[in-house]
Design a protein around this ligand. Structure first.
Ligand code: FE2
Length: 489
């Protein structure tokens, strides 16, 4: 049987690349790459190796993870791209065809892969304690070599992590270098169990707690402060009976309550307190901090799930506008006897993939950069995200918006400090622009203090890179395990 991809999202600029690449010395077509930047800008791209055999193949969710990295040293940038050789990828490579069926539904798989990890490792890459991981929230993490991108294999922190799935959005506390992470559906597919872990700066598991969520749902991200961890339970629900009936694995429930579960850092499962608020869907955490009494947590929320391809539970229609995420500040009073949180909108335009200067993770902070989905008055011509913005959550500096250009998409912006001790937000923004008509991509290095100034440098790729979610910078010191804190080198 011939290899043929469906004539939908998998065409043109977004067609699978299916190529592993080594390209030393990328062309710098404008400006100069700052010599002080030493490290890697890692991105996971979903890139299906074999066409799906099911109808409902969801763009970016069910695709094989392809790890890519722009390596920076002495003003030169090299590029490398490798498939994450997950157990799933290895099994399908051996068979020469897809063996896994619909997203998060093991009942649709080829019987030959029953019991094998379904993870595609296609969401984020994390460097901690000298190790590099490719992560996806439905499966164990995959360890990779930080410099060659060769896959080492599934990693469970020396057997200390027994959760069946680990988030793709862990947090690092820059005060201590500790890694804070969790897994939902931690006891198996569609279970209510949530596992929470902390690892010390050397990567040893120092805390574990388990609790049950009020209902089973997608829990993509968490909020972490100096003293608390907040788990958002919002009703993009996930039920075993749905997948048994071959229905979509996730459905949006417009009538279910929203819960924020607050645990003290290193607390036990029975210490969790639940706070309720209006029906809405959590997207990503921006930043979070506490002052001992109040928890302040900034997040993107949409009226319903951002994922339009997941239907409403009751089959009702919904407006595309309801999928638009907005940034809001949540406030939780830990001294109150009540069980509700309050919220306030922080930014007027729909936005996603918010990132901060992570040297301020868990702390009071100002600087945010993110992608925008819509800007009134600017016609939407291209594909995906088309704008990057910077803002100050405290309103001390005006927001700025960078437009990628007609028929161009732009990726998640990553902030990199100018030097390891530069003030908050002083440095560069790395982002990849897809030039759809030219069928190629560029890495942009923007001045974080003025993203509308001419780019610090434009680095050209002689090929396209598919749209993806997340990209993370790790300095050489981080990759070597000398520090767990964001830096330039
Ligand atoms: Fe994410």
């Amino acid at each position: 049987m011939g290899i043929r991809f469906p004539n939908n999202d998998f065409k043109n600029f977004e067609a699978p690349m299916r190529a592993e690449i080594d390209l030393a010395g990328l062309e710098v077509v404008q400006g100069e790459v700052p010599k002080e930047l030493s490290g890697g800008f890692f991105r996971l791209i979903g890139d299906r190796k074999w066409p799906a055999f099911v109808e409902n193949d969801i763009f970016m969710l069910g695709e094989d993870g392809m790890a890519s990295c722009f390596y920076f040293k002495d003003g030169r940038v090299d590029f490398k791209m490798r498939y994450v050789r997950t157990p799933r990828f290895v099994a399908e490579e051996k068979a020469g065809r897809a063996l896994f069926g619909e997203y998060r539904n093991p009942f649709t798989d080829d019987p030959s892969v029953a019991g094998l990890s379904r993870g595609t490792a296609n969401v984020t890459m994390l460097a901690h304690a000298g190790k590099l991981f490719a992560m996806k929230e439905d499966s164990p993490v995959i360890e990779m070599d930080p410099f060659t991108l060769e896959t080492i294999g599934e990693y469970d922190w020396g057997g200390a992590v027994t959760a069946k799935a680990i988030t793709a959005h862990p947090k690092i506390d820059p005060r201590t270098g500790e890694l804070i992470f969790f897994g939902y559906c931690a006891a198996g597919p569609a279970t209510r169990d949530v596992a929470y872990y902390e690892a010390d700066a050397e990567g040893r598991i120092i805390h574990e707690a388990w609790f049950k969520a009020p209902y089973t749902c997608m829990v993509h991200d968490i909020m972490v402060t100096e003293h608390y961890v907040v788990f958002p339970i919002t009703p993009l629900r996930h039920e075993l009976e749905w997948i048994e009936r071959r229905e979509p694995a996730f459905k949006w429930d417009p009538n279910e309550e929203v819960y924020l579960g607050v645990l003290p850092r290193k607390g036990n499962g029975d210490q969790i307190r639940w706070f309720k608020g209006p029906n809405q869907c959590h997207g990503h955490t921006v930043g979070a901090f506490d002052d001992g009494r109040y928890i302040y947590a900034d997040n993107t929320f949409s009226k319903r799930s951002f994922f339009h391809f997941f239907p409403n539970v009751d089959g009702s229609a919904f407006s595309p506008a309801d999928t638009m995420p907005y940034m809001k500040r949540i406030v939780i009073d830990m001294e109150s006897e009540g069980d509700h949180f309050t919220e306030q909108k922080l930014f007027e335009y729909p936005c996603e993939l918010p990132r901060i200067d992570t040297r301020f993770e868990t702390m009071d902070y100002n600087f945010v950069t993110m992608n925008l989905l819509d800007v009134p008055g600017q016609e939407r011509v291209g594909h995906g995200f088309q704008w990057v913005a910077t803002m100050d959550v405290n309103g001390n500096k005006p927001s700025k918006i960078y437009y990628a250009g007609d028929d161009c998409s732009i990726g998640e912006p990553q902030f990199v400090p100018k030097s390891n001790d530069a003030p908050e937000g002083e440095g560069y923004i790395l982002t990849v622009v897809g030039k759809h008509q030219e069928m190629r991509s560029e890495l942009l290095i923007l001045d974080a203090s003025d993203i509308n100034a001419p780019p610090v440098a434009t680095v050209a790729l002689p090929f396209r890179l598919r749209s993806t979610g997340h990209g993370y910078w790790y300095s050489t010191s981080q990759l070597l395990g000398e520090t767990n804190v964001l830096g330039a080198s």
